[in-house]
Design a binder for this molecule. Structure first.
Ligand SMILES: [Fe+2]
Length: 218
């Protein structure tokens, strides 16, 4: 342990829980009361063990300094992805009722898919990873793995932890669940729409997508 490592089980206050509900109002749409309470706890836990005091302090980016929107914050991303995922799920479920999409899993998964970002974007941890990458790696743990850890720690079901774990490139290493595939598509739609519409900070667009930046060679 180093002085930069915080306790593993930070205190989650009712005040913080209330704040999380205000920052992510779609949490109220989760029908299962137990699932809803644990989803709140997951974000409260994530914030409490970081140097952030609000989800709104996390920049609106896919990865630290990568694919960052010109305006907004991380709640805009979480809420946008969740609403896109709900729309996909409703349309597909109406057209193909046999899919049997679980809407609570879509909503909780959408709101929690990036719950590990409070760790990966934490300025204090990023400073430590940069100065001692030989020891810690950089980052030590990406947000999908940390997100799965947080979900399981607060007692969320593995279906939700799976969405946190596999919504991103990590998901190419395994087989995504139906709800995870929908959240994954919603997530990529969110970023790619901003990319094609010129709404990402140009300096944060990754090399393989530079052609979408005005004036760049195709
Ligand atoms: Fe995301």
């Amino acid at each position: 342990m180093t002085s930069g490592t915080k306790p593993s089980f930070p205190e989650i206050t009712d005040e913080l829980r209330l704040q999380i509900r205000e920052e992510l109002p779609e949490l109220a749409q989760i029908e299962d009361a137990g699932l809803q309470a644990k989803a709140v706890d997951a974000w409260a836990y994530a914030i409490a063990q970081s140097s952030f005091t609000s989800i709104r302090q996390i920049p609106p980016a896919g990865n630290p300094d990568v694919q960052e929107a010109k305006r907004g914050d991380q709640t805009d991303h979480l809420r946008g992805v969740t609403r896109i995922a709900i729309a996909i799920a409703k349309e597909m479920q109406a057209a193909y009722p046999e899919l049997g999409i679980d809407m609570d899993t879509i909503i909780a998964g959408g709101l929690l898919h990036d719950v590990g970002k409070a760790w990966e974007f934490d300025p204090e941890r990023r400073k430590r990873w940069s100065s001692e990458q030989k020891r810690y790696g950089r980052p030590s743990i990406r947000h999908p793995a940390m997100g799965a850890h947080i979900c399981l720690t607060v007692g969320l079901p593995e279906e939700i932890a799976h969405i946190a774990m596999a919504h991103s490139g990590e998901g190419e290493l395994l087989v995504r669940s139906l709800e995870c595939m929908i959240v994954h598509q919603a997530d990529y739609t969110f970023w790619n729409t901003l990319l094609a519409g010129g709404q990402l900070k140009p300096e944060t667009v990754p090399a393989q997508k530079r052609k979408y930046v005005d004036g760049s060679p195709v």
